[in-house]
Design a protein around this ligand. Structure first.
Ligand code: NAD
Ligand code: TYD
Length: 335
């Protein structure tokens, strides 16, 4: 089997390739990645020498490169995207180009090369925000209501993927997942930003009142969910993927990390809130559990500790990226 992975030099894509090459050691993987500020060869270093792995540097918006990369591919697993909400607020254009137009270019190539599966990796953020005081969760029937340029561009890409299934019969599946944490997550994202700040002796930064709620999933569980969908998922279907946290506010996540570092709450710095900041995400993952037998296996407490240890042991990886993240927050006034 030959798989084209897009965005495999980023956080989740690289974790997917690492997992796949180990589990399905006869399969070939081609990784097409533009190496934006979020993609790094250092992230793929441990598997780049694998004989079944090939890297192509290129943009998914470039139909010529996509056409070459997809040649002979059985499956496409599409991770490549602009992914940071704060960046989408200061510069939405690349989000539309990569997430929407880039997905369309890939879909066209997948149709003309008759790939057997196009799996689209998406986010729970397409559903918008839930009120803090509710117990409601997103499920596969929740109407789309994206509220940031990032989530709107991902919502558009989800619609395109379904349209290509209906119109051209492309065999697609989609997963919409909640917030991931784990190794190789960019220090601009919430949990790795706090961990790397704490390692550097800086305070953690909390947007607004810190009562915003995210559903947290360890990255390997997300990768296992994609594997389950690729093996057993029904063509044309969408599966929601979420974690084991029960409405944990950002401030509580920060306090857990401060405790792990032996620091007190004086190390919390409240910074200006994100524009249009979604209040709460919660995911009902019962469909994928019932139909495909997947459920999260990594609990938040234990794997947060392991994630902290990974960042402590791998500063060679994140130190060179921290400056770029700091530059963003200088620009947004959230430093
Ligand atoms: P990331 O930002 O860490 O990595 C994105 C990768 O895509 C990078 O390697 C980058 O170089 C590459 N890329 C960007 N634009 C490209 C282009 N035009 N052409 C080719 N490559 C390009 O992202 P991530 O956190 O690993 O997210 C991967 C996917 O999972 C995204 O589609 C995202 O929407 C989705 N997702 C992420 C999360 C999360 O918590 N991180 C949660 C749910 C869904
Ligand atoms: P983030 O990791 O950017 O993911 P998303 O916004 O896509 O869910 O942020 C997670 C939450 O943490 C979100 O509510 C914004 C908040 N946040 C902070 O409070 N401080 C920070 O420094 C960052 C980066 C995020």
């Amino acid at each position: 089997m030959k798989i084209l992975v897009t965005g495999g030099a980023g956080f989740i894509g690289s974790n997917f390739i690492r997992y796949w090459l180990k589990k399905y050691s006869d399969d070939e993987i081609v990784n097409l990645d533009k190496l934006t500020y979020a993609g790094h060869l250092s992230t793929t270093k441990d598997f780049s020498g694998n004989k079944n792995y090939k890297f192509i540097k290129g943009d998914i918006c470039d139909s010529k490169i996509v056409d070459q990369a997809i040649e002979g591919t059985d499956m496409v697993v599409h991770f490549a995207a602009e992914t940071h909400v704060d960046r989408s607020i200061v510069g939405p254009k690349t989000f539309i180009l990569t997430n929407f137009v880039g997905t369309q270019v890939l879909l066209d190539a997948a149709v003309s090369h008759k790939v057997k599966r196009f799996h689209h990796v998406s986010t729970d953020e397409v559903f918008g925000a839930l009120p803090l005081e509710s117990t409601e969760k997103f499920n596969e029937s929740t109407l789309y209501n994206p509220r940031s340029p990032y989530s709107a561009s991902k919502a558009g890409s989800d619609h395109l993927v379904r349209a290509y299934h209906t119109t051209y019969g492309l065999p697609i599946t989609i997963t919409n997942c909640s917030n991931n944490f784990g190794p190789y997550s960019d220090p601009e994202k919430f949990i790795p930003r706090m961990i790397t700040d704490l390692i550097d002796g800086s305070p953690v930064k909390i947007y607004g009142d810190g009562k915003h709620v995210r559903d947290w999933l360890y990255v390997e569980d997300h990768v296992r969910a994609i594997d389950a969908v690729l093996q057993k998922g029904k063509i044309g279907e969408t599966y929601l993927v979420g974690g084991l946290t029960e409405d944990i506010p950002n401030l509580e996540v920060a306090k857990k990390l401060l405790k792990l570092f032996g620091k007190d709450e004086s190390q919390i710095k409240f910074v200006p809130d994100r524009l249009g900041h979604d209040r709460r995400y919660a995911v009902d993952w019962s469909k994928i559990e019932k139909e495909l037998g997947w459920k999260p296996e990594h609990n938040f407490e234990e794997w947060l500790v392991k994630t902290v240890n990974w960042y402590k042991e791998n500063d060679w990886w994140w130190k060179p990226l921290k400056e770029e993240a700091d530059k963003l927050y200088e620009r947004t006034g959230q430093k």
